[in-house]
Design a protein around this ligand. Structure first.
Ligand code: GLN
Length: 199
C-alpha cells in the first residue's frame, strides 16, 4: 500500500513518520502525476489558504477531486479538513469540496488557540484518544451521508463520508496511531473493492 501525503506546506513529515511506522510506503505529493501512483492521500494541517493556493498553482486540485471521485480515500487533518469541505463558513477561499460538511475555521476562539483533550471516538472502544488542537476548525454542519465519529464540547471534530475522512485535530502529533490505522483500514477496504470489481 502506498500512501501519499500532500507536501506543499504544513505538517506532512509527521504524518509520513506514523504511516511508515505502520508499515506503509509513503510519497510526498507535489506533482499531479504522483496522484496516479498512490492508494490514499493525507492532506495535512498547516495554513489552509496557503495550501489551497499552492494546490491550484501546482495543478493538483483537479487531480485530487478526480481520484477521490474514483474512490481513493482522502484524509484531511485540521487545515486539510477545511480544504476537503464543501463549504467554509463565511469564507470564499479555494477548497476541494469532497465532503458534505461546513467547516468553521479558527473556530475554538483565540483564548484557546491550542489545547489538548481526550476524545471518545466511535469504533475505537473504551480507551480515549488524546487529541491536539492547534488553531483548529470544527465541523459546523454535517450533511447527509456523513458519519460523525467524535465530538468535543458539542462540536464535531472527526467524521467520515464514504472514502473521505476529516479530523479537526492533529493525530500525527501524538504516539497514538489509531486514527492513522483507521485511515489505512479505509484504504484496504477501497483496494479490496477495486479488486473484486475487476474480477
Ligand atoms: N487555522 C488554520 C487554517 O485555518 C488551520 C490550523 C492547523 O492546520 N493547525 O488553515
Amino acid at each position: 500500500m502506498r500512501v501519499g501525503v500532500l507536501a506543499l506546506q504544513g505538517a506532512f513529515i509527521e504524518h509520513e513518520k506514523i504511516l511508515k511506522e505502520l508499515g506503509c510506503e509513503t510519497i510526498q505529493v507535489r506533482k499531479k502525476e504522483q496522484l496516479e501512483e498512490i492508494d490514499g492521500l493525507i492532506i495535512p494541517g498547516g495554513e489552509s489558504t496557503t495550501i489551497g493556493k499552492l494546490m491550484e498553482e501546482f495543478e493538483l486540485a483537479e487531480g485530487i477531486k478526480k481520484r477521490a471521485k474514483e474512490g481513493m480515500p482522502v484524509f484531511g487533518t485540521c487545515a486539510g479538513l477545511i480544504l476537503i469541505a464543501n463549504d467554509i463558513f463565511e469564507c470564499s477561499q479555494p477548497r476541494l469540496g469532497l465532503m458534505n460538511i461546513v467547516a468553521h475555521r479558527n473556530a475554538f476562539g483565540r483564548q484557546v488557540d491550542s489545547f489538548e483533550t481526550d476524545l471518545d471516538v466511535k469504533g475505537l472502544g473504551d480507551q480515549p484518544l488524546r487529541a491536539v488542537f492547534i488553531r483548529a476548525p470544527y465541523i459546523k454542519e454535517a450533511g447527509e451521508g456523513v458519519d460523525v465519529l467524535a465530538m468535543h464540547d458539542d462540536k464535531i471534530v472527526l467524521a467520515r463520508q464514504g472514502n473521505i475522512m476529516a479530523a479537526a485535530f492533529h493525530p500525527e502529533l501524538t504516539d497514538d496511531t489509531r486514527i492513522h490505522s483507521m485511515f489505512i483500514d479505509l484504504i484496504e477496504e477501497s483496494l479490496n473493492s477495486q479488486q473484486s470489481s475487476a474480477k
